[in-house]
Design a protein around this ligand. Structure first.
Ligand code: PRX
Length: 656
C-alpha cells in the first residue's frame, strides 16, 4: 500500500498535480523582509553555530551557556549550563527597554467586552499571579494545571508559572473532566487554575463543574484558583478554592523572576498518539523559547508596528508558541479573541481585522474552509487592506482553500505561508519565508533554515524528487520535545525507532521535481479533525467504555470543512438494540469522556468488523467503506462476508 492511500488522501494528490501556479515574492515585500535567502546557507553551513548566534542575540541570559548542543540521540540538551527566565524574556526586558506602553494583547471577549494589556500591565499582572502561586505553596519544579477559556488570565497564568519555574500544563477548555483529571494525574499537578466559564456562540459555557469533577479524581490538587468571568457565582470548596480577584489582586506587584537552567521544564502539553493514553509532550525553557521566537520573527516577518493575530486556542501548541511565547519574546502586539467566528455573524473576524487594523493573520485550513462556505460577502463588507501576511497551520491546506485565502482575504496581494509543525516540534519546521520563497498553493515548500527534513521510503532511504514517502527530520532543533513525561521508552519508540537516526513525524509527504514538500496527512492511526490530532484508539476506548458497546472501530472520513470527520463502527453487546437514541447517547458519551471535539460525526451499528486471521481490525477497509470507494486488497480478510454486510448498511451510517 502506498503512503498516499494509507493516508487516505487520494483526491488531494490529483488536485496537487493540477496545481501549476506559482507565486514569487513581491519585490516590495522582499525589500523590507526580515530575512533574505542568505539565511539558508548561513544556517545550513553550520546549524549549531547558527543557533548559538541566535540564542546570544535573541535571548537574555543570567548565566551564559557553554556548549550549544549535546546530542545523544534521542536526547538533546541545548545551551548547556545557561540560565535564564522565560517570563523575564517575554515581559520584563521589554519594559526595561522602555516598551512598557506597547500593547502586548488586545483582548476581545465574545459579547464585545474588551481589555488592553500593555507590557507594563502584563508585568504587573504576571508578578501578582506568580506571588499568588507562591502563597499557595507552589515551588520551582511543581506542576500547575491550567483549564481556562481564551481570557487574558490564560497567558498571565502561563507566564506566572514560567516566572517561578513551575511547569504548566494547559488543558484545552473543550476537554472533559475525565481528560482533565487524566492529565493532572499524569503530571501530579498541585494547583489548578480555572474559571467559572467562558462565552461561546452567545452562550455561557461552564468550566468550574468540570474542574470540580476532575478534582474529585485528582488527589494531588491542593488548591484551585477560579477566574470570575461571568460574575454569577459558582460553588467554591472552602480552603481549596480561591477567587483569582481575591488571591491575585492583593499580591505585591514585585516578584523577582527565578533563573532556571536552559533545560528546565517549561511546560507539558498532552497530545494524541496511536494509543488511548495521551502523551505529555515535554518542552524545556531556552531552546523552546528561541525556536518559537526565531520562527515567529522569520516566518511572520514581524515588525514593531504589526498587529498580529494567531486565531488558535492557547490550549493547543499553536497558541503556546505563536500567541504566547514567540510573540511576547519578540515584544509584538497581538489579538486574543475569546469566542466563535460566527458570533454574532460570520463576519466577526473581518470586523476585528478592520477595527484593529490587523496586519498578520494565522489560522487553520478548517477555519478557512468554513469561511469559504459562507461566501465572499462577509469579508467583502470589511476593509481588510491592513493585512500584509497570511498563515496556515494544522493540516494540509488544499489548493482551493489556499487560493481563496490569498484572493478573498488577502486581496490577491499578500503572501500566504503554509507552516508545517507539531506539538512535538514546538516550532515551525517547514514553511515558506515571506519575501524569499516562491510559493505554490498547497505546499509548505521547504524546511526552515537550520532544519534538515527528508522524505524516505519504508527502509529509510531518501526518495528521489517527484516521489512520496515518510517525512523525517535528520537533525535536532532547539524547540524539539525533550521527551514524553515519565516515559522515556515511549519517547524513543514513538519518534526515533521507525527509522534509525531520524525523527519520524508520523506524516506522509511528497517532494516535487523542484524539491517542494507537500504534506499528505498522517500515516498512522491518528485522525486530524479540524486541525487537531485525535487518536482512533482513544475514541474507541471511550465507546467501549459505554455499557452497551462490545467493540468499536473508528476511522477518519474526508470532510469538506474539518479535513477529517470521525466515523465510528460500533458492535453492540448481545441483547442491545441499535437505535437513533442509542447513537446519540454514544456520541454524547465520547464527548463526555474526551470532550466535544471527539464526538463522532458518523456512527454506524455493525454486526461484525473486518479482521485479519490474526484478529487485527483492518482499518483500511473501514476507511474505504467510510469514504464509499472501492475496497483495496481483501486477501488477508478472515471473513469476506463481513465487509459485504457492512457495505450494504452504509446508507444507514447516521450523520450527526
Ligand atoms: O499531520 C500534521 C498536521 O498536524 C500534525 C500535528 O498536530 P499537532 O501536534 O496537534 O499540532 C498542530 C499545530 C502545529 C502534523 O503531524 N499538520 C500541522 N501543520 C500542517 C499539518 N499538515 C499539513 N500541513 C501543515 N501545514
Amino acid at each position: 500500500m502506498s503512503v498516499e492511500s494509507q493516508a487516505g488522501r487520494g483526491p488531494e494528490i490529483e488536485n496537487l498535480l493540477a496545481e501549476k501556479r506559482t507565486f514569487p515574492p513581491d519585490p516590495a515585500f522582499t525589500a523590507r523582509a526580515n530575512v533574505t535567502a542568505a539565511i539558508y546557507d548561513e544556517a545550513n553551513a553550520d546549524y549549531v553555530g547558527f543557533w548559538e548566534r541566535q540564542a546570544k542575540e535573541r535571548l537574555s541570559w543570567y548565566t551564559p551557556f557553554g556548549e550549544t548542543l549535546q546530542w545523544d540521540l534521542p536526547d538533546a540538551k541545548w545551551f548547556v549550563g545557561g540560565e535564564l527566565n522565560v517570563a523575564y524574556n517575554c515581559v520584563d526586558r521589554h519594559v526595561e527597554r522602555g516598551l512598557g506602553d506597547r500593547v502586548a494583547y488586545h483582548w476581545i471577549g465574545e459579547p464585545g467586552d474588551t481589555r488592553t494589556l500593555t507590557y507594563a500591565d502584563l508585568l504587573r499582572e504576571v508578578s501578582k499571579a506568580a506571588n499568588a502561586l507562591l502563597e499557595l505553596g507552589v515551588r520551582t519544579g511543581d506542576r500547575v494545571a491550567i483549564y481556562l477559556p481564551m481570557i487574558p488570565e490564560l497567558p498571565i497564568a502561563m507566564l506566572a508559572c514560567a516566572r517561578i519555574g513551575a511547569p504548566h500544563t494547559v488543558v484545552f477548555g473543550g476537554f472533559s473532566a475525565e481528560a482533565l483529571s487524566g492529565r493532572i494525574n499524569d503530571c501530579g499537578a498541585k494547583v489548578l487554575i480555572t474559571a467559572d466559564g467562558g462565552w461561546r456562540r452567545g452562550k455561557k459555557v461552564g468550566l468550574k463543574h468540570h474542574a470540580d469533577e476532575a478534582c474529585t479524581d485528582a488527589p494531588t490538587i491542593e488548591h484551585v484558583i477560579v477566574v470570575d468571568r461571568f460574575g454569577d457565582g459558582v460553588h467554591m470548596v472552602p480552603r481549596r478554592d480561591h477567587w483569582w480577584h481575591d488571591i491575585v489582586d492583593r499580591q505585591s506587584e514585585s516578584c523577582p523572576p527565578v533563573p532556571v537552567d536552559a533545560e528546565h521544564m517549561l511546560y507539558l502539553l498532552y497530545t494524541s498518539g496511536t494509543t488511548a493514553k495521551p502523551k505529555g509532550i515535554l518542552h524545556t525553557s531556552a531552546g523552546y523559547l528561541l525556536g518559537s521566537a526565531f520562527t515567529h520573527w522569520a516566518v511572520f516577518d514581524i515588525k514593531p508596528d504589526d498587529v498580529y493575530w494567531c486565531a488558535a486556542d492557547i490550549g493547543w501548541v499553536t497558541g503556546h508558541s505563536y500567541i504566547v511565547y514567540g510573540p511576547l519574546a519578540n515584544a509584538s502586539t497581538g489579538i486574543i479573541y475569546e469566542g466563535a467566528p460566527d458570533t454574532p455573524e460570520w463576519d466577526r473576524w473581518w470586523q476585528i481585522v478592520e477595527d484593529y487594523k490587523v496586519t498578520i493573520l494565522y489560522t487553520a485550513p478548517t477555519a478557512i474552509r468554513a469561511f469559504m462556505k459562507q461566501g465572499e460577502t462577509h469579508p467583502a463588507g470589511h476593509d481588510l487592506s491592513s493585512l500584509r501576511l497570511l498563515g496556515s497551520v494544522g493540516e494540509p491546506i488544499n489548493p482551493e482553500a489556499w487560493r481563496w485565502y490569498r484572493e478573498v482575504i488577502g486581496g490577491d496581494r499578500v503572501p500566504v505561508v503554509d507552516t508545517w509543525w507539531q506539538t512535538e516540534t514546538g516550532m515551525i519546521l517547514i514553511s515558506p519565508l515571506p519575501g524569499v520563497t516562491t510559493t505554490k498553493p498547497g505546499s509548505a515548500t521547504f524546511p526552515m533554515p537550520g532544519i534538515e527534513a527528508d522524505v524516505v521510503d519504508a527502509d529509510g532511504r531518501s526518495v528521489p524528487l517527484g516521489g512520496g514517502g515518510y517525512l523525517v527530520l535528520k537533525r535536532p532543533w532547539p524547540a524539539m520535545l525533550r521527551g514524553i513525561y515519565g516515559d522515556p521508552e515511549r519517547y524513543r519508540q514513538t519518534y526515533w525507532s521507525r527509522f534509525p537516526g531520524m525523527y519520524f513525524a508520523g506524516d506522509g509527504a511528497k517532494r516535487d521535481e523542484e524539491g517542494y514538500l507537500w504534506l499528505l496527512g498522517r500515516v498512522d492511526d491518528v485522525m486530524n479533525v479540524a486541525g487537531h490530532r485525535i487518536s482512533t484508539t482513544e475514541v474507541e476506548s471511550a465507546l467501549v467504555d459505554h455499557r452497551s458497546v462490545a467493540e468499536a472501530a473508528v476511522v477518519g472520513k474526508t470532510d469538506a470543512i474539518s479535513g477529517q470527520a470521525i466515523f465510528a463502527f460500533v458492535i453492540l453487546k448481545a441483547g442491545q438494540q441499535p437505535s437513533d437514541a442509542l447513537g446519540v447517547q454514544l456520541r454524547e458519551h465520547v464527548a463526555y469522556v474526551i470532550g466535544p471535539i471527539a464526538r463522532p460525526k458518523y456512527l454506524m451499528f455493525v454486526p461484525d468488523l473486518p479482521k485479519t486471521r490474526s484478529g487485527k481490525i483492518m482499518r483500511r477497509l473501514l476507511r474505504d467503506i467510510a469514504e464509499g470507494r472501492a475496497l483495496g486488497d481483501v486477501t488477508t480478510l478472515a471473513d469476506a462476508n463481513v465487509v459485504d454486510t457492512i457495505r450494504s448498511n452504509t446508507g444507514q451510517a447516521e450523520e450527526e
